[in-house]
Write a protein that binds this ligand. Sequence first.
Ligand code: TXA
Ligand code: MG
Length: 317
Amino acid sequence: MPDTLLLPSAPEGLRHAAAILRAGGLVGFPTETVYGLGGDARSDLAVARIFEAKGRPRFNPLIAHLPDVAAARMLAGFDDRAEALAAAFWPGPLTLVLPLRAGAGLSPLVTAGLPTVALRVPAHPLAQALLREFGGPLAAPSANPSGRISPTRAAHVLDGLSGRIAAVIDGGACAVGLESTIIGLDGPSTLLRPGGIAVERIEAVLGGPIGMAGDAVRPTAPGQLASHYAPAARLRMAADGPRPGEVWIGFGPGSPKGLNLSPEGDPVAAAAALFHTLRQADLLAGPDGAIAVATIPETGIGRAINDRLRRAAAPRP
Ligand code: TXA
Ligand code: MG
């Protein structure tokens, strides 16, 4: 494949991207969470290319991205809970797993043959513009090689996938910086992946606590594999400070000198900076190096940050 094009966010860049997608090609594009690797969700060939480009195990289902809730209702059954969450958080960093509609027209590779489908309406203006220009659902996992750190800038996408995908749209840095929160609604409301919307806010809309999918109970997701989002260096979390030889990632004021996820101690800013900072630390540490990360409070989006750090710290397969 020729070199991956870096497309501008101007209208001609989006038209070019939509033409690639219509021809079954793959385009990296910004969302408010992370960059997605988009392909036509109705095309077996395009979706197969996504798995191939990422080197991802094929049994994992993907998220279908839509421009609005009306388009989402064409693909899945919405009950009162789904309507309430969509009204509260779409467009935005929330994914709902819902019963797949008969005749929805998605490639079975998107759903991995399951009777359910994961749907998301992204808020990023370029994601919105691309979905409207393309005019169909886009399957889009994060635009990184499987198991590696998710991309929050166009340059990260090129680092991992250059020469493996047709193009990436340059939309600058992602505002949220962590993947969407995934809620399963095909049975009791269940948190399948912590992410950009804090669980507390979901529970407030649903009017009660939701179930947590234990990793052992439901290993559905690449995001649910113990080792994921992994830097090359070893990673230690909840550290008080760096040990000799460790690259330090702090949080808040008064943290030891080094990198810092948010000198102000703002968890939202820390989430936005997380993946970029892990990449920086990885470069500084080198392949056999080590990274230590300060304690992050286990509330709100801090839970999603800790989830990603736990997976980055987990023993590698
Ligand atoms: O923020 C995001 O969600 C990003 C951006 C690009 O939108 N996308 C993303 O996609 O993280 P991906 O493919 O990396 O994550 C898809 C997750 C997986 O953990 C998968 O197991 C879960 O969604 N999933 C998809 N369909 C499912 C289903 N039918 N049942 C349960 N889990 C499902
Ligand atoms: Mg991913």
